[in-house]
Write a protein that binds this ligand. Structure first.
Ligand code: CUA
Length: 661
């Protein structure tokens, strides 16, 4: 058993007090911290064999998504999303730079939080995954044929985009919700430059409904709903019977704006916001609310050309709660709630009371009854508050200390993570009674069951996404990868199978069966279908063109040379655009391109693809370039030179391969 006691290190004053009155009655024992020998058989994927599931893990502060195989825990790939990634030049190449554009300018970094796969009829359909940037409010759509980001969309009038990117049963909408309220620009609010002390008066929360075009996947801000300045934390769309609803937890109903750890924990209860999104959309489409000016960037990849382009959007429709009669309610919830999760049939909604030891379960039937009976205790900013006793189904007691999230196995059980007591607790949806618990190492945040947010969870495994790693692996200095744990949940008791480290901080993850994705993969790009404006389809078309200070190099790469590989006539002050086309038409034969002294990343070109990178040489000399990917036995020979002369030199443009210049 490890020396590490999460209790000691994590507890703040308020939580310590809570712990003092909390008598922990779990059955965690030290024998559970390592797996049995037979676990090896369950996670062993023999060489050449594939995993059963893809796990898409948000990378947190890496700004990207990392992809792992389950059950092996093998790292398969990293998908660049909101952060530049030198692996393939994402965000460095001219083709991909626009994906990182925002109304604040080019932002090379993001903070990914919640990965949600697209769904059809409440089941994963393998088309896309969506993910949010919490820091600069954005959503992204990744296509699962290429494992590439196709689109990023900035969310206006909002901040702290934490409660995103939740998707409805048929991916009609992806929603994004403000965690941090902000003052809104006129004419909506009183203007953005206001005293922070005027928080309660001037700051607003914002719910954003982003429509998904079912054909193209394109995202579009359909409407927003202005909300009281609470901190909206997490959300989930309903499923089955509740599929027209979306639910969000919020804390800080105190509307505090400083020292939130104390000031936002004053009220005995916070809230769950329930919105009937179908009704709200109908009302929005009837023209209710106000269309206001806003500025936000929408960046989309054109698959014909391979270029992402930015469109600056200028308008957005904002509804007030008073516009949404019968479509928006507050449900009183546990104090400072965190996760909210909907059971597979959509009947039960579970909320982790992160400062308590219980999970609160609402029933959809009770919510419906309370709405039908107009059982409203009060209103907050025109939002009716339903009475707690009416909507609550039960409290799951002994759910560990600091319950955060719940996942369902589709067999009638919920599993909740408990951050402070570092454990997973399994309970029956029918009885609300705890039936099993297992320690985690350490301080678990999200947890995920493959398909756990669908109508039919695949069950079988559960992955604990632990926040703290400590002594689980060989130490790597002060920083370590986060540690995830894989459990077998096929039996009555959870069984620990595997620890595996992952990049960044996976706030959540989603597992899709490999069979939904693997056979649909793009293996290379057809050269004939490459409509990049700078494509070079054959070596005979390779050329170097000067137009004033701009030089365009149309270059090809094929095993094992570039055309051209010698270039002269470049001058200091030139802006040199290398457009490199990989002429290979075979899976997994990329070439790379890297130039000495180029203040930019190298690039990696997939077969049949063109990528462009800009170089501004500042010093005279002859500069070697080379292929970065070990593409053949003669990979080392795949190299060339560019001669850079002084500004006023009369060296003429000349180029070629295997030719005197
Ligand atoms: Cu091409 Cu190495």
């Amino acid at each position: 058993m490890s020396d590490y006691k999460p209790f000691k290190t994590i507890l703040t004053g308020g939580m310590a007090l809570l712990l003092a009155v909390f008598i922990f009655s779990g059955c965690s024992s030290s024998k559970n911290h390592t797996a049995n020998d037979d676990a090896a058989d369950q996670v062993y994927v023999p060489p050449g064999k594939h995993d059963e599931f893809y796990s898409f893990m948000s990378g947190g502060w890496t700004g990207n998504i990392s992809v792992y195989g389950i059950p092996s825990g093998r790292h398969l790939y990293t998908i660049p999303v909101f952060s530049q990634d030198p692996t393939d030049g994402y965000g460095y190449t001219e083709e991909t730079k626009a994906l990182l554009n925002t109304s604040h300018g080019f932002i090379p970094w993001g903070d990914t939080h919640h990965v949600e796969p697209s769904k059809t009829d409440g089941l994963y359909d393998g088309r896309w995954v969506f993910v949010n940037d919490r820091n600069t409010p954005r959503l992204a759509r990744i296509n699962l044929k290429e494992f590439r980001t196709d689109e990023t969309l900035e969310i206006p009038n909002t901040a702290g985009n934490h409660a995103a990117s939740f998707t409805s049963s048929n991916s009609e909408y992806v929603s994004a919700m403000s965690e941090y309220s902000i003052p809104l620009p006129k004419p909506l609010g009183n203007g953005t430059d206001v005293a922070i002390d005027s928080y309660a008066e001037n700051f607003k929360g914002m719910c954003t409904m982003v429509k998904v075009d079912q054909k193209t996947g394109h995202l579009n801000v359909d409407f927003q709903i202005e909300l009281p300045p609470f901190d909206y934390d997490l959300g989930r769309f309903g499923l089955g019977e509740s599929k027209d609803w979306v639910f969000y937890t919020d804390y800080n109903s105190e509307e505090a704006h400083t020292m939130l750890e104390v000031n936002a924990s004053q009220n005995d209860k916070d809230f769950v916001l329930a919105i009937n999104w179908k009704k709200a959309a109908k009302i929005a489409h009837q023209g209710k609310g106000q269309v206001v000016s806003a500025e936000y960037d929408h960046n989309v990849v054109n698959h014909k050309t391979g270029w992402a382009k930015t469109e600056v959007k200028k308008k957005v429709r904002v509804l007030q709660p008073s516009d949404l009669e019968g479509a928006i309610y507050f449900l009183p919830g546990p104090k400072s709630p965190h996760g909210i999760n909907v059971s597979p049939q959509g009947k039960y909604i579970s909320i982790g009371g992160k400062l308590s030891s219980t999970v609160t379960v609402y029933s959809l039937d009770n919510i419906r009854k309370a709405i039908a009976n107009h059982d409203v205790s009060k209103t907050i900013d025109d939002i009716p508050v339903l009475s707690f006793k009416d909507v609550e189904k039960e409290q799951v007691k002994k759910a560990g200390l600091g319950p955060l999230h719940v996942e369902y196995d589709g067999k009638g059980y919920g599993y909740n993570s408990a951050f402070i007591s570092s454990e997973i607790v399994k309970w029956s949806l029918k009885t609300g009674k705890v039936v099993d618990r297992h320690p985690t190492y350490y301080s678990i945040g999200h947890l995920t069951v493959p398909g756990g947010d669908t109508r039919k969870p695949y069950g079988k495994y559960l992955i604990g996404l632990n926040k703290i790693t400590k002594d689980r692996y060989l130490p790597t200095g002060p920083e370590m990868f986060a540690g995830e744990q894989l459990f077998d949940i096929t039996g009555d008791r959870m069984k620990l199978l595997l620890d595996f480290p992952v990049e960044g901080e996976p706030h959540n993850a989603a597992e899709l069966p490999a069979s939904l994705i693997d056979t649909a993969q793009v293996k290379y790009y057809d050269l004939d279908e490459n409509h990049n404006p700078y494509v070079t389809r054959s070596e005979s078309e390779a050329k170097v063109v000067r137009k004033g200070h701009r030089v365009d190099v149309y270059m090809t790469a094929i095993r094992s040379h570039f055309m051209p590989d010698n270039i002269e006539g470049i001058k200091i002050g030139d802006e040199v655009h290398f457009h490199v086309t990989n002429l290979e038409q075979e899976w997994d034969i990329p070439h790379g391109f890297a130039m000495m002294g180029m203040r930019n990343a190298g690039i990696l070109l997939m077969p049949g693809e063109t990528r462009s990178i800009v170089w501004n040489p500042t010093k005279k000399g002859v500069y070697p370039f080379y292929c970065t990917d070990f593409c053949s036995a003669l990979h080392q020979e795949m190299q060339g030179y560019v001669r850079v002369s002084s500004k006023n030199s009369n060296v003429k443009i000349a180029y070629g391969t295997n030719k005197e210049l």
